[in-house]
Design a protein around this ligand. Structure first.
Ligand SMILES: [Zn+2]
Length: 268
């Protein structure tokens, strides 16, 4: 059964200027692989909306792009202190659209963290600087290039509660109060900051408790405006996939070079 791969990148992966250690170099190379594959890029919201509707998209001719954690490098062309100027993921998408004009607008999803204080602490702890702002969300959401969707409140990041075994993973989000916080409160905050309601949830670490995935989101997701939730299970999207645990492939985990991506796109 042919499917649509959903690919995932992290724009904060910036440890050099090669494919393996710079996600911007990798995305630029991968966009050429996508163009050569004949697959067109489709937005994740459009894909998930079709899952709830007519299911009439040609999945074998499509691919979807998602960016996790929402660092400024998603949207802003920035000078990295060690590795020099980096074109943002949005700039790479615009270049790709100009070089390979097609019938569909080229867009991707940025999954952002809602809580500004948590973002600042996570960014300082993991990126050595304050690089997870929200001042660009509104412009990005209006651009047609990036859709701003939810990665929860604070990623349950271990730097926020050092030594607490309930942090550093997402399995502990398994009761009504914690789900309300990570899903409902995050949606409200992202809506106020981006000007648009998030429509998709990306599980931090790709992890979901049974309660969140099988009870909370199926019951409350539609009321909250959510079309679905994405994991990091490496499979292509099919019409029979669980809308509350949609699979995705992650760059550098599930493919490591353009040739491996070419094979993944061929075999999906
Ligand atoms: Zn994440």
């Amino acid at each position: 059964m042919p499917g649509c791969p959903i690919l995932t990148y992290h724009s904060q992966l910036l440890f050099g200027n090669d494919y393996a250690d710079n996600s911007h170099v990798a995305l630029a190379a991968d966009l050429e692989v996508i163009a050569a594959s004949g697959r067109q890029i489709i937005g994740l919201r459009a894909l998930l909306a079709a899952l709830h509707g007519p299911r009439d998209l040609p999945l074998e001719r499509l691919v979807c792009l998602t960016f996790d954690d929402g660092p400024d490098f998603d949207w802003l062309d920035l000078e990295h202190p060690e590795h020099g100027p980096q074109p943002s993921f949005a700039t790479l998408l615009r270049r790709h659209a100009a070089a390979h004009p097609g019938p569909r607008p080229v867009s991707a999803t940025s999954f952002v963290l809602a809580d500004p204080a948590a973002r600042s602490r996570i960014s300082r702890a993991t990126m050595g600087g304050d690089w997870m702002h929200d001042h660009w969300w509104r412009e990005a959401a209006l651009s047609g290039v990036l859709e701003i969707d939810s990665h929860g409140l604070d990623h349950r990041h271990p730097c926020l509660c050092p030594g607490d075994p309930d942090w550093g993973h997402f399995h502990a989000v398994d009761d009504d109060p914690s789900c309300r916080q990570q899903v409902d409160a995050a949606i409200a905050l992202i809506t106020s900051l981006s000007g648009q309601r998030p429509r998709v949830f990306a599980y931090p670490y790709g992890q979901a408790s049974d309660y969140l995935r099988r009870e909370y989101l199926p019951r409350h997701g539609p009321r909250l405006g959510l079309l679905g939730a994405v994991s990091i299970e490496p499979d292509p999207f099919h019409w029979d996939c669980d809308p509350w645990f949609v699979p995705r492939y992650v760059s550098q985990a599930h493919w490591r070079c353009p040739e491996e991506l070419a094979r993944l796109l061929r075999e999906a």
